[in-house]
Write a protein of this length. Sequence first.
Length: 289
Amino acid sequence: MAVTVRSFRILADMPAVYDFLCDIYAPDNRNGVKPPFVEYALSSDWMDASLCHRWGVWEDDGKIAAFCFTENPRTDVYFCLRPGYEALAEEMVVYAEGKMQIQGEPQRLVIFEAQTPILRAAEKAGFHREFGYTEYGYYYDAPFDRALPDGYRFTAPGEVDPALADECCWKGFDHEAEEGPWDGEWESSLHLMASPHFTGDCHMAVVDEKGKYACYGGMWWTERNKLAYLEPLCTVPEHRKKGLGASLLSEMARRMGEKGAALMTGGSDPFYQKIGFQPTCTWTFWKKA
Protein backbone atom coordinates (compact mmCIF):
# COMPACT_ATOMS: atom_id res chain seq x y z
CA MET A 1 0.00 0.00 0.00
CA ALA A 2 1.90 3.08 -1.31
CA VAL A 3 0.06 5.73 0.67
CA THR A 4 1.48 9.24 1.01
CA VAL A 5 0.48 12.02 3.40
CA ARG A 6 0.50 15.76 2.80
CA SER A 7 -1.00 18.97 4.16
CA PHE A 8 -4.57 19.95 3.35
CA ARG A 9 -4.92 22.76 0.77
CA ILE A 10 -8.09 24.70 1.49
CA LEU A 11 -8.42 26.20 -2.00
CA ALA A 12 -7.84 22.93 -3.84
CA ASP A 13 -8.92 20.00 -1.70
CA MET A 14 -12.49 20.61 -0.53
CA PRO A 15 -14.26 19.08 -3.58
CA ALA A 16 -12.19 15.90 -3.27
CA VAL A 17 -12.67 15.79 0.52
CA TYR A 18 -16.43 16.14 0.12
CA ASP A 19 -16.51 13.28 -2.42
CA PHE A 20 -14.35 11.20 -0.07
CA LEU A 21 -16.78 11.79 2.81
CA CYS A 22 -19.68 10.77 0.56
CA ASP A 23 -17.77 7.60 -0.37
CA ILE A 24 -17.20 6.57 3.25
CA TYR A 25 -20.54 7.74 4.67
CA ALA A 26 -22.25 5.60 7.32
CA PRO A 27 -25.10 6.81 9.56
CA ASP A 28 -23.20 5.76 12.69
CA ASN A 29 -20.07 7.67 11.58
CA ARG A 30 -17.96 4.49 11.71
CA ASN A 31 -15.71 5.95 9.01
CA GLY A 32 -15.82 9.60 10.07
CA VAL A 33 -18.02 12.68 9.94
CA LYS A 34 -21.00 13.08 7.62
CA PRO A 35 -20.27 14.71 4.23
CA PRO A 36 -21.41 18.32 4.91
CA PHE A 37 -19.65 18.55 8.29
CA VAL A 38 -16.35 20.09 7.14
CA GLU A 39 -17.89 22.39 4.55
CA TYR A 40 -20.43 23.72 7.05
CA ALA A 41 -17.65 24.45 9.54
CA LEU A 42 -15.41 26.20 7.01
CA SER A 43 -18.38 28.29 5.82
CA SER A 44 -19.31 29.46 9.33
CA ASP A 45 -18.03 32.60 11.06
CA TRP A 46 -17.37 30.69 14.31
CA MET A 47 -14.75 28.47 12.66
CA ASP A 48 -11.03 29.19 13.03
CA ALA A 49 -9.55 28.04 9.72
CA SER A 50 -6.16 29.67 10.26
CA LEU A 51 -4.46 26.36 10.99
CA CYS A 52 -6.14 24.13 8.41
CA HIS A 53 -2.81 23.83 6.56
CA ARG A 54 -1.89 21.47 9.42
CA TRP A 55 -4.69 19.08 8.50
CA GLY A 56 -3.56 15.79 6.97
CA VAL A 57 -4.62 14.12 3.70
CA TRP A 58 -3.51 10.54 2.99
CA GLU A 59 -3.64 9.48 -0.67
CA ASP A 60 -3.24 6.19 -2.51
CA ASP A 61 -2.49 6.87 -6.17
CA GLY A 62 -4.46 10.14 -6.03
CA LYS A 63 -7.43 8.67 -4.13
CA ILE A 64 -8.03 10.00 -0.61
CA ALA A 65 -7.61 7.17 1.88
CA ALA A 66 -7.78 9.18 5.11
CA PHE A 67 -8.31 12.71 6.36
CA CYS A 68 -7.48 14.32 9.70
CA PHE A 69 -8.78 17.80 10.61
CA THR A 70 -9.81 20.17 13.39
CA GLU A 71 -13.07 22.02 13.98
CA ASN A 72 -14.15 24.18 16.92
CA PRO A 73 -12.32 24.47 19.24
CA ARG A 74 -9.23 24.26 17.06
CA THR A 75 -7.66 21.78 19.48
CA ASP A 76 -10.31 19.11 18.67
CA VAL A 77 -9.01 16.59 16.11
CA TYR A 78 -11.30 14.43 13.94
CA PHE A 79 -10.43 11.33 11.89
CA CYS A 80 -11.97 10.03 8.65
CA LEU A 81 -10.76 6.70 7.27
CA ARG A 82 -11.73 4.80 4.14
CA PRO A 83 -12.58 1.12 4.75
CA GLY A 84 -9.65 -1.06 3.78
CA TYR A 85 -7.08 1.43 5.09
CA GLU A 86 -7.43 0.66 8.80
CA ALA A 87 -3.65 0.18 9.03
CA LEU A 88 -3.32 3.98 8.80
CA ALA A 89 -5.09 4.56 12.14
CA GLU A 90 -1.96 4.61 14.29
CA GLU A 91 -0.13 6.85 11.83
CA MET A 92 -3.05 9.29 11.88
CA VAL A 93 -2.96 9.60 15.66
CA VAL A 94 0.80 10.14 15.56
CA TYR A 95 0.33 12.78 12.86
CA ALA A 96 -2.32 14.56 14.97
CA GLU A 97 0.01 14.69 17.97
CA GLY A 98 3.02 15.77 15.97
CA LYS A 99 1.66 18.09 13.27
CA MET A 100 -1.60 19.36 14.74
CA GLN A 101 -0.63 20.01 18.35
CA ILE A 102 -0.89 23.72 19.25
CA GLN A 103 1.67 24.85 21.79
CA GLY A 104 0.12 25.68 25.15
CA GLU A 105 -3.33 24.35 24.19
CA PRO A 106 -4.36 20.86 25.38
CA GLN A 107 -5.25 18.64 22.45
CA ARG A 108 -8.38 16.49 22.37
CA LEU A 109 -9.30 13.68 19.99
CA VAL A 110 -12.93 13.40 18.87
CA ILE A 111 -13.61 9.78 17.95
CA PHE A 112 -16.97 8.21 17.17
CA GLU A 113 -17.70 5.07 19.14
CA ALA A 114 -18.00 3.01 15.95
CA GLN A 115 -14.49 4.06 14.80
CA THR A 116 -12.83 0.98 16.28
CA PRO A 117 -9.40 1.29 14.56
CA ILE A 118 -9.03 4.93 15.67
CA LEU A 119 -10.14 4.11 19.22
CA ARG A 120 -7.53 1.37 19.49
CA ALA A 121 -4.84 3.66 18.07
CA ALA A 122 -5.72 6.40 20.56
CA GLU A 123 -5.57 3.99 23.49
CA LYS A 124 -2.23 2.65 22.29
CA ALA A 125 -0.88 6.19 22.11
CA GLY A 126 -1.85 6.81 25.74
CA PHE A 127 -5.11 8.72 25.34
CA HIS A 128 -8.02 8.06 27.71
CA ARG A 129 -11.72 8.66 27.24
CA GLU A 130 -13.08 11.65 29.14
CA PHE A 131 -16.78 11.55 28.18
CA GLY A 132 -19.20 10.93 25.36
CA TYR A 133 -22.74 11.59 24.19
CA THR A 134 -25.30 10.26 21.73
CA GLU A 135 -26.53 12.07 18.64
CA TYR A 136 -30.09 11.53 17.37
CA GLY A 137 -31.74 11.64 13.97
CA TYR A 138 -34.98 10.80 12.15
CA TYR A 139 -34.85 7.58 10.11
CA TYR A 140 -38.29 7.82 8.48
CA ASP A 141 -39.30 4.60 10.20
CA ALA A 142 -42.19 6.06 12.19
CA PRO A 143 -44.76 8.85 11.74
CA PHE A 144 -43.45 12.30 12.67
CA ASP A 145 -46.10 14.99 12.54
CA ARG A 146 -46.11 18.07 14.78
CA ALA A 147 -48.71 20.74 14.10
CA LEU A 148 -47.64 24.38 13.94
CA PRO A 149 -49.27 26.53 16.68
CA ASP A 150 -51.75 29.21 15.68
CA GLY A 151 -50.25 32.56 14.75
CA TYR A 152 -47.25 31.11 12.92
CA ARG A 153 -46.49 29.94 9.38
CA PHE A 154 -43.67 28.17 7.54
CA THR A 155 -41.65 29.85 4.83
CA ALA A 156 -42.22 28.41 1.37
CA PRO A 157 -39.32 26.68 -0.43
CA GLY A 158 -36.85 29.33 -1.57
CA GLU A 159 -38.52 32.08 0.47
CA VAL A 160 -36.03 32.41 3.36
CA ASP A 161 -34.64 35.94 3.86
CA PRO A 162 -30.91 35.74 4.77
CA ALA A 163 -31.06 38.85 6.98
CA LEU A 164 -34.03 37.56 8.98
CA ALA A 165 -32.35 34.16 9.27
CA ASP A 166 -29.16 35.81 10.59
CA GLU A 167 -31.13 37.83 13.14
CA CYS A 168 -32.96 34.67 14.24
CA CYS A 169 -29.67 32.81 14.70
CA TRP A 170 -28.15 35.71 16.64
CA LYS A 171 -31.04 35.65 19.09
CA GLY A 172 -31.66 31.90 18.89
CA PHE A 173 -28.12 31.04 19.96
CA ASP A 174 -28.38 33.54 22.83
CA HIS A 175 -25.84 36.01 21.44
CA GLU A 176 -28.20 38.89 22.20
CA ALA A 177 -28.23 38.07 25.91
CA GLU A 178 -24.46 37.59 25.99
CA GLU A 179 -23.16 40.16 23.48
CA GLY A 180 -25.95 42.67 22.86
CA PRO A 181 -28.50 43.29 20.10
CA TRP A 182 -27.98 42.10 16.55
CA ASP A 183 -26.10 44.79 14.61
CA GLY A 184 -27.88 44.23 11.31
CA GLU A 185 -24.83 42.66 9.67
CA TRP A 186 -25.76 39.53 7.72
CA GLU A 187 -22.78 38.91 5.46
CA SER A 188 -22.03 35.77 7.47
CA SER A 189 -25.36 34.31 6.38
CA LEU A 190 -24.71 35.16 2.74
CA HIS A 191 -21.29 33.55 3.02
CA LEU A 192 -22.75 30.38 4.54
CA MET A 193 -25.59 30.16 2.03
CA ALA A 194 -23.14 30.51 -0.86
CA SER A 195 -21.46 27.23 0.10
CA PRO A 196 -21.44 24.61 -2.70
CA HIS A 197 -23.68 22.13 -0.88
CA PHE A 198 -25.93 24.42 1.15
CA THR A 199 -29.42 23.70 -0.18
CA GLY A 200 -31.17 27.04 -0.57
CA ASP A 201 -34.56 25.66 -1.51
CA CYS A 202 -34.66 23.35 1.51
CA HIS A 203 -33.81 25.52 4.52
CA MET A 204 -36.82 27.07 6.21
CA ALA A 205 -38.12 29.23 9.05
CA VAL A 206 -41.16 29.67 11.24
CA VAL A 207 -42.55 33.19 10.87
CA ASP A 208 -44.53 35.00 13.58
CA GLU A 209 -47.46 37.39 13.11
CA LYS A 210 -45.06 40.36 12.84
CA GLY A 211 -43.14 38.79 9.99
CA LYS A 212 -40.10 38.01 12.15
CA TYR A 213 -38.43 34.60 12.21
CA ALA A 214 -39.13 32.74 15.44
CA CYS A 215 -37.31 29.52 14.49
CA TYR A 216 -34.86 28.65 11.71
CA GLY A 217 -33.35 25.45 10.31
CA GLY A 218 -30.56 25.17 7.72
CA MET A 219 -30.30 22.23 5.33
CA TRP A 220 -27.47 20.51 3.43
CA TRP A 221 -29.07 17.86 1.20
CA THR A 222 -26.68 15.06 0.22
CA GLU A 223 -28.69 13.25 -2.44
CA ARG A 224 -25.97 10.68 -3.06
CA ASN A 225 -26.29 9.40 0.52
CA LYS A 226 -30.01 10.19 0.93
CA LEU A 227 -28.91 12.35 3.85
CA ALA A 228 -30.73 15.49 5.02
CA TYR A 229 -28.10 17.26 7.12
CA LEU A 230 -29.65 19.78 9.51
CA GLU A 231 -27.44 22.74 10.50
CA PRO A 232 -28.13 25.01 12.24
CA LEU A 233 -31.39 24.88 14.23
CA CYS A 234 -32.44 27.54 16.72
CA THR A 235 -35.46 29.24 18.27
CA VAL A 236 -35.65 32.84 19.49
CA PRO A 237 -35.97 32.87 23.33
CA GLU A 238 -39.39 34.55 23.44
CA HIS A 239 -40.84 31.85 21.19
CA ARG A 240 -39.45 28.82 23.01
CA LYS A 241 -41.52 26.15 24.78
CA LYS A 242 -44.24 26.39 22.12
CA GLY A 243 -43.29 23.40 20.00
CA LEU A 244 -41.94 25.47 17.11
CA GLY A 245 -38.71 23.49 16.78
CA ALA A 246 -40.56 20.18 16.59
CA SER A 247 -43.05 21.63 14.10
CA LEU A 248 -40.27 22.95 11.88
CA LEU A 249 -38.43 19.61 11.97
CA SER A 250 -41.64 17.79 11.14
CA GLU A 251 -42.26 19.94 8.08
CA MET A 252 -38.62 19.83 7.05
CA ALA A 253 -38.61 16.03 7.36
CA ARG A 254 -41.71 15.88 5.17
CA ARG A 255 -40.15 18.05 2.48
CA MET A 256 -36.86 16.15 2.55
CA GLY A 257 -38.73 12.82 2.51
CA GLU A 258 -40.27 13.87 -0.80
CA LYS A 259 -36.71 14.16 -2.13
CA GLY A 260 -35.89 10.63 -0.97
CA ALA A 261 -34.16 11.23 2.37
CA ALA A 262 -33.45 8.12 4.46
CA LEU A 263 -32.05 10.04 7.45
CA MET A 264 -32.44 13.59 8.69
CA THR A 265 -29.86 14.49 11.30
CA GLY A 266 -30.71 16.12 14.60
CA GLY A 267 -28.40 16.65 17.56
CA SER A 268 -27.50 15.52 21.05
CA ASP A 269 -29.92 17.71 23.00
CA PRO A 270 -32.55 15.67 24.91
CA PHE A 271 -35.13 17.57 22.83
CA TYR A 272 -34.46 15.27 19.87
CA GLN A 273 -35.02 12.09 21.83
CA LYS A 274 -38.17 13.59 23.33
CA ILE A 275 -39.73 14.16 19.90
CA GLY A 276 -38.95 10.58 18.82
CA PHE A 277 -35.61 10.80 17.03
CA GLN A 278 -33.44 7.67 17.26
CA PRO A 279 -29.73 7.26 18.12
CA THR A 280 -27.46 7.63 15.09
CA CYS A 281 -23.93 7.83 16.49
CA THR A 282 -21.99 8.29 19.72
CA TRP A 283 -19.31 10.94 20.11
CA THR A 284 -16.38 10.26 22.47
CA PHE A 285 -13.67 12.67 23.60
CA TRP A 286 -10.11 11.63 24.44
CA LYS A 287 -7.17 13.33 26.15
CA LYS A 288 -3.78 12.42 27.54
CA ALA A 289 -3.10 12.77 31.23
